[in-house]
Design a protein. Structure first.
Length: 241
């Protein structure tokens, strides 16, 4: 046991001596939507990307001149914009919008491989992420025109985050409830110049956001949907070289 502890201690001291550590604030923008994988594909909803923001912090642990460990901690806004035009039928026409906005606390953990380019460095990064929903809301404002008769549909509701939710009378279980836990992988390209780090990438959620709903006979796996996010971020790193 002493040998194992001694080896770990020596390893950490060695890593800290060869690695250059820097950290700083990180801001960015998201374009996100849901990716659907329903058992009955005809039930999948047509959606568009929704704009969101992210803010947090990043650490850059420069292990070698070309390899870095980059954990992040972010507050990140994701969601989806529903294409209400796709709800049109032979008699009714829908015009307007319906959006879902969810704010997550997110922890991406990336490894970055750098290629020197002049005084900067191009980076290829990839790694897993885990996230938990903090707050969310479903908002809609659209008009249904049925044979010339117009009806406005406007409102909003708080999303209840629960992996196993209880259905109540009148609830729209398909939207009102959502699994709070998300995880997946992200990958992309970055550019590091002195203390600036720019990243652009794609985050593919692997978690099923559809919870199990008591009172409804269905398997959540039959109605799987997950986050799909394009992101662009900028960070200013303090410390290191």
């Amino acid at each position: 046991m002493k040998k194992v502890f001694l080896s770990l201690t020596v390893g950490l001291i060695t890593l800290s001596s060869i690695a250059q550590v820097s950290f700083g604030p990180r801001v960015g923008v998201n374009l996100s939507k849901y990716g659907y994988d329903y058992k009955e594909s005809s039930r999948e909803t047509e959606v568009n990307y929704k704009f969101g923001q992210s803010i947090g912090a990043i650490m850059n642990l420069q292990i070698t001149s070309f390899l870095a460990f980059q954990p992040n901690a972010n507050i990140s806004v994701k969601g989806v914009a529903h294409n209400v035009d796709s709800w049109n039928s032979g008699q009714s026409v829908n015009t307007g919008f319906a959006r879902i906005r969810v704010t997550y606390f997110e922890l991406p953990i990336n490894l970055a491989i750098g290629i020197r380019l002049g005084s900067g460095q191009i980076q290829i990064f990839a790694g897993p992420y885990v996230a938990v929903a903090i707050v969310g809301r479903n908002v809609w404002d659209y008009e249904i025109n049925t044979n010339g008769v117009r009806e406005d549909k406007t409102g909003s509701e708080k999303i209840i985050f629960n992996k196993n939710a209880q259905l109540h009378d009148g609830d729209d279980w398909k939207v009102k409830y959502q699994n709070p836990f998300d995880y997946g992988v992200n990958f992309g390209l970055g550019f590091k110049y002195k203390h600036l780090l720019f990243n652009a990438g794609f985050a593919m959620g692997l978690a099923n956001l559809q919870p199990d709903i008591s009172g409804v006979e269905f398997d959540p796996k039959d109605r799987k949907y997950s986050n799909r996010t394009i992101f662009i971020t900028a960070a200013w790193l303090f410390g290191g070289k």
